[in-house]
Design a protein around this ligand. Structure first.
Ligand code: ATP
Ligand code: MG
Length: 573
């Protein structure tokens, strides 16, 4: 491609809406453009990267025995009603009506649809296992679309669905996908970790997330360096040591004017935060709930939702009005005793072993001292409602966990029969008995992966594409395009590389050399050839974007050097 013809609207200034490097660079490099919040276009260079990522995903899915198809993005409401997800998906679902007032959504995901498409068609165990996938545009009206392609409202996803005869075979399909994902993300050159994920309202209990490590990642992972434990913060089990048991003391009401925060309480009572029980009031699916946890910890809202069996969008912190209504006291004075109204109280199991706690008095400006579970209050005990934090220990081996942030680029789930049962999708087993398919589902964020690659591969001047996903492999910069000798030599190398199947950009623009060098850094083409003053001697400069070591070479050396780069990356020429 000649850059004099290329549609590559680069920007000198960083657009104000971009906060993270990958978003800034993809916009500046003229690879993507925002239409409205969370909705993007892929411009020619960016779309080449997308297609390369798609092809890597496609190759590995095909190698793993999955079959590609393409479903529509528009799905009727009835399909989603069958599984209850028309409601569960909540405001994240884009909904629309046709001219006959029939309701549809723009698919945020496709479990129902895939289950439906094999229903009645796959009739026998002999046709299983089956794994179908597509690479398609998904729609989610995200609460906070941000970071460009990272959390957008329209994005490209590869989604696959496996169908098996039983749990054991589903686990085999799951492992096959896990291995395929390892290959995909290794080929994409991403530094990533596989961690246990939360299955939330997806159904099933086992899931894993593939996290591309990055400080801008929205996902937090806790992992152990001494064993193989690794989980997202939503999932990670918290080990919380309760101090030795003391004798239960008589309760005491204490006047604590204006003392509402844990810090202020520590100061007032001269005791540690771990001696308080923190009571948090929520509205969960419209009903008030109080969660009681140790005062020095944060609540894990995902664990709370899972226990209650509600979707995250149904959980809200209670406003002051609701708090006063059910407790009788202002915010900051809530506790599990003497409530004004009958409310569900969920208690983190550790609270039941802690003695002589301080709790809110449910009366403004009062706390109660020496409160003990069982004697003074009760509720529904939940094993673990706590959010993992720095310094926590590994639930598997007891060593201190490490915490890091990452970008979730892929996700695999063991679904079981949630979808097949509710949609009545069955097959006949060996004994002629009707059984629901046992399913798995597997997603890869294609557009998000592009962003993750840029996050891991860039410097202050621009993107540093790994060769496998680079929009073009080589860029030939003709330093002075008005110089006939330079232009001719550039053209000659360009033709030759093109004929070999190398993807080449020829910078034949009438721009200053500085502009061309800056642009080539910005768009991050891996292999660079500079045709300049020594063109008449057939000498050019050769360098790589990743290390910038420059050397002068004879044009004859170009092809062997490029071949060497390709073979290092296992790319066939
Ligand atoms: P997240 O926790 O980040 O919201 P998710 O659990 O909702 O992700 P899945 O439903 O498992 O995501 O979707 C599969 C993959 O699609 C994710 O692993 C991610 O790579 C990608 N993805 C999900 N939501 C978005 C989005 N809003 N923008 C871009 N990619 C996304
Ligand atoms: Mg999501």
């Amino acid at each position: 491609m000649r850059m004099s013809k290329l549609y590559m609207p680069t920007l000198r200034e960083t657009p104000a809406e971009a906060e993270i490097p990958s978003h800034k660079l993809l916009l500046r490099a003229g690879m993507i453009r925002q239409l409205v919040s969370g909705v993007y276009s892929y411009l020619p260079l960016g779309y080449r990267v997308i297609r390369k990522i798609e092809n890597i995903v496609r190759e590995e899915m095909d190698n793993a025995g999955a079959q590609e198809l393409l479903m529509s993005a528009i799905q009727p409401r009835e399909l989603w009603e069958a599984t209850g997800r028309w409601q569960d998906f909540g405001p994240e679902m884009f909904r629309l009506k046709d001219r006959h007032e029939r309701e549809f959504c723009l698919g945020p995901t496709h479990e129902e649809y895939f289950t439906n498409i094999i229903k009645g068609e796959v009739k026998s165990y002999k046709q299983l296992p089956l794994n179908l996938y597509q690479i398609q545009t998904k729609y989610r009206d995200e609460k906070r679309p941000r970071f460009g392609l990272m959390r957008s409202r329209e994005f490209i996803m590869k989604d696959a669905y496996s169908f098996d005869v039983d749990e054991e075979n589903m686990r085999k399909s799951y492992d096959v996908m896990w291995k395929a994902y390892d290959k995909v993300f290794t080929r994409l050159k991403l530094k990533y970790k596989v961690v246990q994920g939360d299955s939330g309202t997806m159904g099933g209990s086992t899931s894993h997330e593939f996290m591309a490590m990055s400080e801008v990642g929205e996902g937090i992972v806790a992992y152990c360096q001494h064993c193989d434990y690794a989980a997202t913060d939503e999932k990670a089990a918290v080990v919380y040591k309760v101090e030795d048991s003391q004798e239960e003391l008589p309760i005491e009401k204490v006047y604590t004017p204006g003392v509402t925060t844990i810090e202020a309480l520590e100061e007032f009572f001269q005791i540690k935060a771990s001696n308080f029980a923190k009571s948090l009031v929520y509205s969960a699916g419209g009903k008030p709930v109080i969660a009681v946890i140790p005062g020095d910890r944060e609540l894990n809202e995902t664990k709370l939702c899972n226990h209650l069996g509600i979707a995250e969008h149904e959980l809200e912190m209670a406003d002051e009005g609701l708090i006063i209504d059910i407790t009788g006291g202002n915010k900051g004075f809530t506790g599990p005793m003497n409530l004004k109204k009958e409310v569900k109280i969920l208690i983190d199991s550790r609270i039941t072993r802690m003695k002589n706690l301080v709790i809110g008095g449910n009366e403004t400006d009062y706390h109660i001292k020496n409160v003990n579970y069982g004697r003074d209050f009760t509720g529904e005990v939940v094993e673990d409602l706590l959010l993992i934090r720095e310094g926590d220990i590994c639930p598997q081996c007891g060593e201190v966990l490490q915490m890091d942030s990452g970008i979730e680029v892929g996700n695999i789930f063991q679904l079981g029969t949630k979808y097949s049962e509710s949609l009545n999708a069955t097959f006949l087993d060996e004994n002629g008995k009707e059984r629901p398919f046992v399913m798995g589902c597997y997603g890869i964020g294609v557009s998000r992966s592009m962003m993750a690659v840029v996050e891991q591969y860039h410097d202050e001047n621009g993107i540093i594409w790994p060769l496998v996903v680079a929009p073009y492999h080589v860029i030939i910069t003709v330093v002075n395009a008005k110089n006939q000798e330079q232009l001719e030599l550039g053209e000659k190398i360009y033709e030759e590389l093109n004929s070999l199947g190398v993807e080449v950009l020829l910078d034949d623009r009438n721009e200053r050399a500085g502009v061309k060098f800056n642009d080539r850094d910005l768009i991050g083409i891996p292999i660079r050839i500079t045709v300049g003053k020594r063109a008449s001697e057939s000498i050019v400069e050769y360098s790589l974007r990743k290390d910038e070591d420059k050397k002068e070479i004879n044009v004859d050396e170009i092809i062997p050097l490029i071949k060497e780069e390709f073979s290092k990356e296992n790319i066939k020429l």
